[in-house]
Design a protein around this ligand. Sequence first.
Ligand code: NI
Length: 244
Amino acid sequence: MLLQLSTWQETEAYLKQSTGIIIPIGSTEQHGPMGFIGTDAICPQRVAEELSNRTDIMVAPTLHYGMSQHHLEFPGSVTLRPTTLIAMIKDIIYSLARHGFTHFYFLNGHGGNVDSLKAAFSEIYSEASLNAESSPLHCSIVGWYEGKRVSALEEKYFGDANGSHATPSELSLSFYVHPEAAKSAKMDPEIPPEGDFRDAADYRKQYPDGRIGSNSGLATAEIGAELCEGAVEDVMESYQEFLS
Ligand code: NI
């Protein structure tokens, strides 16, 4: 079920059988010379939509902006400050909690969101603790790429060339979703360095074309189809575990 295409009566009925919801979250940021700026939102959204087609799990609208300050030297990248993202996540959770949702599973496409989401969850739990209440809310953030099936496919097709940003894995999935927009480019060097970064200027200096440790050129829509299937199964298991 997609929240966006449901009525309030359907949502009320859903809440009688489940109080869990999946909320896809990504970012709007550069993904190297071949990757879509929307990659991190496109991937978890597709996995969540597939799950929604096959089950009766409620899926909320995708959050397309995230914490991407380190990408701001590249045109088209947009960031929310950590404090903005924390405030937004709290407002979304509290809004849905008001109607009876208790289990919030954020299906993530962007590593840069994790710290802020965990801080938002801590804020919510802190408010209950400081009021000497027991919170009924359970919050979790899981990357679509974290499960065993996706990891095995990444290892099989890309190995060490998967890297950590603009990975052929995420590009493959996004090309599967949008074959009409898939791109190619010469990767020079084939595999750029892997490492850490601070702000946007530091990032651009160290990773001039935007990639970190990844050979984006290995991405194909065909592998993306397999990754999507693996991710749907991984997330299904992980969500059921979260609910129980
Ligand atoms: Ni990404």
